[in-house]
Design a protein around this ligand. Structure first.
Ligand code: HEM
Length: 204
């Protein structure tokens, strides 16, 4: 299979992906400013940002298996962009909750974290995302060394599991959507299981 060259990946695919990652945010802002978010705009924004944080996180986890299957090594250059985009949607998601749901009322915030388990799990996901975002640059990669950097970045699996549980737990009746994300994540974890990985991509 022909894959984009490194130059093409850097000069065309990456800027295009950047624009694609921005589109949901632009769309949500557009809807917010044109008063089109329905009866509960905060809920609509929490859902939009939460959904995109999770989707982009799972897309980030697709990079390694896709790179191994296709031999398109340039995909690695797109992984950081996807991961950071997931982080920024998650940050917007949490900020909306802090600012508009609780107006920085710390007592109410702590009470909410203790009372609603799905919020505590979401908080866990967010806290684990922080070291990933902070160490995602070349400087930190050099400072930590490849091995330790990779160890830190294993946290991404905990983040993804916590984010899916957060979504699943939040839904009271209809779990069809979080179920799909759980299946997506399970496939991504399964293809990393060494015996299966060796069968899928023995030579890469
Ligand atoms: C401190 C951390 C977090 C808090 C306080 C939080 C809070 C919330 C709240 C209040 C909702 C909406 C609940 C409702 O419908 O009434 C929600 C939904 C959601 N959150 Fe979070 N969240 C956090 C972290 C995260 C993270 C890190 C992710 C993903 C990476 C995430 C993904 C989602 C998703 C996918 C939904 C469901 C959206 C939908 O219903 O379509 N959240 N969260």
């Amino acid at each position: 299979m022909r894959v984009p060259s490194p130059e093409m990946t850097q000069k065309v695919v990456k800027p295009l992906l950047f624009v694609l990652c921005l589109l949901p945010a632009v769309w949500l802002l557009w809807q917010a400013f044109s008063d089109n978010l329905g009866a509960n705009p905060l809920e609509a924004l929490l859902h939009g940002t939460g959904d995109w944080a999770l989707r982009l996180l799972l897309l980030t986890l697709c990079v390694t298996p896709l790179r191994r299957l296709s031999g398109w090594h340039g995909l690695l250059k797109l992984r950081r962009l996807l991961g950071l985009s997931a982080f920024f949607y998650a940050l917007a998601h949490v900020s909306l909750w802090l600012v508009f749901e609780h107006f920085f009322d710390w007592q109410a915030i702590f009470a909410d974290i203790l009372k609603r388990p799905y919020i505590s799990v979401g908080l866990g996901a967010m806290l684990f995302m922080l070291p990933l975002a902070l160490t995602s640059n070349q400087y930190m990669l050099k400072r930590l060394g490849g091995r330790r950097w990779q160890e830190v970045h294993q946290l991404v699996y905990l983040v993804a599991i916590a984010a899916v549980i957060h979504f699943w737990w939040k839904m009271k009746l209809d779990i069809s959507e979080p179920f799909l994300y759980a299946v997506w994540l399970s496939v991504l974890l399964a293809v990393r299981y060494p015996p299966l990985a060796m069968r899928l991509y023995p030579s890469r």
